[in-house]
Design a protein. Sequence first.
Length: 320
Amino acid sequence: MATPVHTNANVTTGQPPQPQRPTRSQWSRFIHSSRTAPYVFVLPFLLSFALFFAYPVISTVIMSFQEVLPGITTYVGLENYKDLMNPTFGKAILNSVLYTLLTLVVLIPLPLVLAVLLNSPKMPGRGLFRSVMFIPALTSVVVAGTIFRLMFGELDGSLMNSLLGLFGLEPYKWLMNANTGFLALIVLALWRWLGVNMLYYMSGLQNIPPELYEAAQIDGASRFESFWRITIPMLKPVTIYVFTISIYAGLSMFTESYMLWNGNNSPNDIGLTIVGYLYRQGLEQNSMGFGAAVGIVLLVFTLVLNLIQLKFFGMFRKED
């Protein structure tokens, strides 16, 4: 008697077999396998990078070669970039670069010195000082800008003019002069970011082995020599990071200036920045193509400056 031949076809319907869906264990093995797991973990970053950075940058580059009007888009070639050769944009670049340099001069050495002082076990109230110095970073820049505008106001009752009155001096229009207006911007930046940079340096100080200072003390090194030859070299990675974010923050500064002068039209453009010029052209004057060109120039300018400072600090040098 012949044995029946079994096939994979459905006996009752005569239809071919349907492919089986992967089981939960199969998906688990696929995701947690040594080959696919790295791609699974990297995938969220790649998606967010493509969606929130790569796509906007590519769209901005394309828009910078266009004249964008409501419902009308026209390619104009390099006209938007040629229009950037004007004194107003030059003033915006000069203001942004000057603001960045001044903040670097203030917000690099001063937080470092404060961090060293607060890191000393002999310093009383270290926890209190850390909290107090970090509070300004939690304050809204809109609120901070409004307060500083009132502090540097023209009225006799403003804080700065009240201080001048104590010395018998006349009230001064602080925000109407380029020098004192920039002073207000730097004081605002110092008040807001001093505590943040100080905490960066304090975190770096915690990673310096105390044995290095003990060995230096045995060799007869003074505190200044230990600071210069041990603390500063060991804090190089933190300094590079603070430099990088400070350059970006300085060149992209806008809200502080906008709030300090209660708008984007400071007297003689003494507070106009690159982002402020982008805002004026792209949004206030509805010239999106020209504003996109300003944004691309800002991106390239910031990238070049950061690459120069990274090259200066030897970040691209191969280690032996």
